[in-house]
Design a protein around this ligand. Structure first.
Ligand code: URA
Length: 242
């Protein structure tokens, strides 16, 4: 691979910025200063250093974000800030994209990656990766809500949802709190499921995907890289009705 690709994939800036870095003499390949952006290097064998620090090559990036409200889960938008705008430049250089969508007013766990295969397998309807949401609902929870969601409810477009697991946290005439685990990702699914039982979601936050929980120490709008063990938790299903 070309050294400029190696360096930009390691967070040293765009190809143009990396060219400048090379020109400045800051980069060595196996101990020799290199200045030509076209120099070839092999991540399995070669050692690249920048200002004396090793630039360990990585192809993929996996980030967990606590998405705030008001930000769009897309890579570009003409009107609103996107989740990509919240990333540091060194992470944007990997060209990550969000895995699935959270509505503009939904908070919580969002995975960003440039690994198309992982994204595809997490979103595939065949995989049924569970996603758990915390929600505040107007009014009390109807008595048969647990059974209705387990059976599947009919959405406004006639679609019958797959079994979902409802956990009631608080139940009050003014406002209730729940957790709902679903295994699909239809447009506005949680909001529409509650509409189907005559209630309105007034706050929504994703707290879990597969067996991976949102790191609650991440403030809204903050993110961090996933550890390897966390990556494997993402595609684990567990038992939704445990
Ligand atoms: N369900 C919704 O209604 N909105 C989301 O953002 C995610 C799930």
């Amino acid at each position: 691979m070309r050294i400029d690709k190696w360096l930009s994939n390691t967070g040293y800036g765009s190809r143009k910025e990396v060219k400048q870095l090379l020109k400045s003499g800051a980069v060595t390949l196996n101990g020799e200063v290199i200045k030509d952006a076209k120099t070839q290097a092999d991540p399995d064998q070669d050692k690249v250093m920048v200002h004396g620090e090793e630039a360990v090559y990585k192809e993929f990036i996996y980030l967990m974000m606590n998405k705030p409200q008001g930000v769009i889960s897309a890579t570009e938008d003409s009107r609103h800030e996107t989740v990509i705008d919240l990333l540091y430049m060194e992470d944007q250089n990997f060209e990550p994209f969000p895995v699935g969508r959270l509505d503009i007013d939904t908070e919580g766990l969002l995975i960003l990656t440039n690994d198309g295969q992982l994204s595809h397998s997490l979103l595939s309807p065949k995989k049924h990766v569970p996603k758990t949401y915390y929600a505040k609902i107007n009014g009390s929870i109807p008595e048969d809500a647990f059974e209705s969601f387990k059976e599947g409810v009919i959405l406004d477009d006639g679609y019958k949802t797959k079994p979902a697991f409802l956990k009631i946290l608080t139940d009050d005439n003014d406002e209730s709190e729940i957790e709902l685990t679903i295994t699909e990702g239809k447009f506005h699914q949680v909001k529409r499921m509650f509409e189907a039982i005559g209630r309105k979601v007034i706050f929504l936050k994703r707290i879990k995907m597969g067996q991976l929980k949102l790191d609650e120490s991440l403030e809204l709008g903050m993110y961090r890289e996933l550890a390897e063990e966390e990556l494997s938790l993402l595609s684990l299903k567990g038992d939704v009705f445990e």
